[in-house]
Design a protein around this ligand. Structure first.
Ligand SMILES: [Zn+2]
Ligand SMILES: [Zn+2]
Length: 177
């Protein structure tokens, strides 16, 4: 990345997703002003007054020092312990209504791309189809109603878009307040 941020395999563009933004604020973990701070979820029982920098996320020092995790391990079934730790402790989380969680494909965690609406989702037909099937499985039996819900994504509900780190297939889940 041109700005020299650490590379996150499971969250390759945290600037685009809004999880990291430019700021002169110091990091509460390393006490440096790196020019970048983390803005999304961090689950810890400790009181943290301030922000974390991307480097303290990448090397695991923030998770270790504050005994916290950036996202829930929910959904990360069938991945290695090392991957589970990398996603929850060394990868920026993202902004979501519900607790952010990762999707899995090809036995690896997928890379989080960002929050999208219907227009962008529709450019990845395989993700749209997978979402349609998931929603049907979860009880959407009225096809017309389901299509209406899908085409209005981006309004009341949004979509979290991922890409498989192995086969590059796009995956998605819906998020709503
Ligand atoms: Zn830091
Ligand atoms: Zn895959």
């Amino acid at each position: 990345m041109s700005v020299g941020l650490p590379f996150f395999r499971y969250h390759p563009d945290p600037l685009a997703s809004g999880s990291i933004r430019a700021s002169a604020d110091k990091c509460v973990c390393c006490d440096r002003s790196t020019g970048w701070i983390y803005t999304a979820s961090f689950y810890t029982a400790q009181e943290i007054n301030g922000n974390l920098c991307p480097w303290c996320i990448a090397d695991g020092s923030a998770a270790e020092r504050f005994e916290g995790e950036f996202s829930d391990s929910y959904g990360l079934d069938g991945v290695s312990e090392a991957t589970l730790h990398e996603v929850t402790r060394r990868t920026p989380g993202f902004h979501a209504w519900q607790d952010p969680h990762w999707l899995v494909h090809c036995h690896d965690a997928a890379a989080f791309i960002g929050e999208v609406g219907y227009t962008e989702l529709a450019t990845h037909p395989e993700a749209l189809e997978q979402l349609r099937l998931d929603l049907r499985m979860s009880g959407w039996h009225d096809a017309a109603q389901l299509e209406r819900f899908l085409t209005h994504l981006g309004e009341a509900a949004t979509v979290m878009l991922f890409r498989c780190t192995v086969c590059a297939t796009h995956l998605a889940y819906t998020d709503a307040s």
